[in-house]
Design a protein around this ligand. Sequence first.
Ligand code: OOB
Length: 555
Amino acid sequence: MSTHSRRGITRWPEAVEEHYLQVGVWEEQTIQSFIREAAGRVPDKEAYCDASNNVRFTYRELVEHADHAAAGFLRLGLVPDDRVILALPNGWRFVLVLLGCLRAGIIPVMALPAHRHHELSAIGEKAEARAIFCADESRGFDYQELAGELKESVPGLEWAFIAGDAHAPNISLDDLLLHEKASLDEVAQLDERETGGTDPALFLLSGGTTGVPKIITRTHNDYVYNIKACAEVAGLSEESVYLATMPVAHNFPLGCPGILGALFVGARAVTLGSPAPEKAFPVIDAEKVTITAAVPAVAQRWIEYEEDNATGLLSSLEVLQVGGSRMPDTLSARVGPVLGCTLQQVFGMAEGLINMTRLDDPAEIITTTQGRPVSEYDEIRIVDESFQDVAVGQRGEILTRGPYTPQGYYASPEANEKSFQPGGWYHPGDVVELGPGGNLIVHGRNKDIINRGGEKISAEEIESLVYQLSQVKLAAVVAMPDTDYGERICLYAVVGEGQTLTLEEVREHLLNIGVAGFKLPERLVLSDGLPMTKIGKVDKKELRNDIAARLEAEQ
Ligand code: OOB
C-alpha cells in the first residue's frame, strides 16, 4: 500500500475495522470483484442498457470492456491511486469509465455534468486530479473548452478525455473505450495489482454547507457493504431491472442499490439521461423496469403525468424508491394508487448512512416515515444542541456511525471539526424523530443549505460569490418553498446607496465565473436592511418566513 492513497483519508479506529472484518460486514474484496462474480454466473445475460443511445452490454462484455479501459488508462500513463474527475452524463461511457477506473485502481471523483469551472477546479485541486472525463458539447455548452481551461488552472491535470470527437490535445474517449484492447499480460497485471478492501474505491461529493464541495472517500469494503445492504432491503434479485434517471454520480442511483447493486446481483441496469415522464415511462415499459429511484419532485411529476394521461406504461414497475429530500406525506400516499407500485422511502447521504422503509412495512409506515437503517451495524443517536441524547420520541439532530459511514472528509480537517463528533459520529445537521418501529421521521435541518429537488446548494458558497459584486453590502441566501422542486434559491440583498442590482446581473455574474446552473438564485429581494439575530448574524429563519409569506400573498 503506497502512502499516497492514504494521505488525507481518515480511517475507522483499528479495533473497529478489525471488528467489521471479523463479523464479515467487510469482505476484503473490491467492488468490481462482485460484478465479475455475477458475470461468472450469467456471462451472456444483458447486464447494462444505455436507453438514451440503445447501447447494450452482456456481463461478459462489460467485464471485458472494463479490462480494456483499465489497460488503456494505464498505457497512457495514469497509475493506480491517481484521481480523475468523472463528469460524464448518464450512459455507456460513464459505466465503462467507472468500471475501468475501479479495475485499474484509479480513483474517480464523482462530479456532475452540471458542474462548471468553479466547482471542477476546486474539486480537481483538492483531489489532485490528473484527468477529466467529460462530454464534448451538451445543451449548447462546450465541455472541451472547459476541459482546456481546467488543464490551465488545476496543477497536475494533464489529460482531458472527451466523449465523441476530441480536439487535440484532448483525447477521444470513444477511441479508447471501443478500440483499445487489454493483452493477456495486461489482464494478468490488473489481476495482480487489484487493490484491497480498505483502499479508496471512489470519491463522492458532499452536498455540504461550505464553499468547496467536500470529498468523501468510499473504500471498497465500505461501499461494497453499502451496495449489498441496500440491494437486500430493496429486494433486488437476478430478475430485477433497475433504471437510473438521476445523474448516476449521486450515491442514491449509483450504490443505494443503484446500478452497481443491479450489477452485483446479476440483474439488469438501465440508464437514461432524463427523469421526464415522457422519456422515462416508455423506457420503463420497453425494458420492463422493476425498480427505479427518484427525488420527491420527480415522483410528483410522474404521479401528475400518470393521473393526466393514464399511460399504462408502468405495469412492470414494482418499487419506486424516493429520497434526497423530504417527501410530503400527501404525496407518498398517492404513489401506490396512481403508479401501481410499492413506495420505498430513502433517507440517505453520500457520507454513508442509508435508511429505507421496508417493502413489506404497513402502508402507514411507508407513507409517513423515512425508514430505518439498512444495516444492524448502523448506530444512530438523536441529540440536542449540546449533543446530549434527547428523550425517546423527542426531535433532535441525528448523529451516526457505522461500517459504511467514513469518520472524516478527505483532507478537510476544518470540515471534520464541524461535521464529526468525538467517537467518529457524523453530524449531518438533519432534525429527526424516532417514529414507530424504529423508523425515522425527518423534520427539517439545522444546516445552511438549499435542497433544490435533491441537489444540495450551500448558502454560504453563493453568498460569498454574490459579495464579489461591488454594489452588494449584505447578502443572504435562503430556501423558498416551491411546488415543483420543494425548495428554490432566494437571494436577499442590501445594496449601497444609489446603487441597483437585478436578478439577471447576479445570475450573469455567477455564470461568468463558472458556477453550476442549478446554484443560480431564482429570486432576488432587495431590502434596506436584513433582520439580525441577537448574536449579530442574519436571521435566516425570519427571511424564510418572509419569502414564504410573499409567495403566499402573490398566489
Ligand atoms: C442523498 O444524499 P446527499 O449527500 O445528496 O444529501 C444528504 C442529505 C441528508 O443529510 C438530508 O439533509 C437530505 O439530503 N435527505 C433527506 C432525505 N434524503 C436525503 N431529507 C429528508 N428526507 C429524505 N428522504 O440525498 C441521498 C443519498 C443516498 C440515498 C438517498 C439520498
